[in-house]
Design a protein around this ligand. Sequence first.
Ligand code: THU
Length: 178
Amino acid sequence: MSRKIALATLDAADRELVEMAGDESRHAYAPYSGFAVGAAVRTRSGKTYTAANLENASYGLAICAEVAAIAAANAAGDFEVESIAIAGHKFKLPQDSTQVVTPCGRCRQVIFEAAQVSETNVRVFSCNGDLSEIVESTISELLPAAFGPANFGIDAAWLKMRETLHAAVTKLRANRSR
Ligand code: THU
């Protein structure tokens, strides 16, 4: 079950992750909703990646903070996601920072995919704007009975396939410099 926890009771690493998410909401590009979301991902390496929501005049193209943060970890070649923190608040007047922001459905699916790669039941910290309310969950709690790589019978295939990808890119590079 999801658990309500206080910032002060988190260990140093989790507290830092939650605070990073709160601070990251500063980078939201959200002229349409007036709602800012920050996300911070921690990977097995201990590194962290942050991102904020990125909206578009074509409303449906908005990129959520969680998706952008997970994409940043992947872009750094560091996709073994272990934890993610999310914090959001309405900054458009009248402001409201009281509501805990849990990942939207698409974000849950994206977190689930990352969880399959890291073989970790990713921990999710959902927070309100001033971090006075934090709910800790796991991705399997937030997205039970998920559709994922197992449906294709490729559970652990990616790690091997990634080696093939890296070898292919190395070969392409070698051919290019000849
Ligand atoms: N948003 C996120 O960034 N993450 C979520 O999980 C919920 C929604 C963003 C998308 C949009 O820019 C704004 O919040 C309002 O929906």
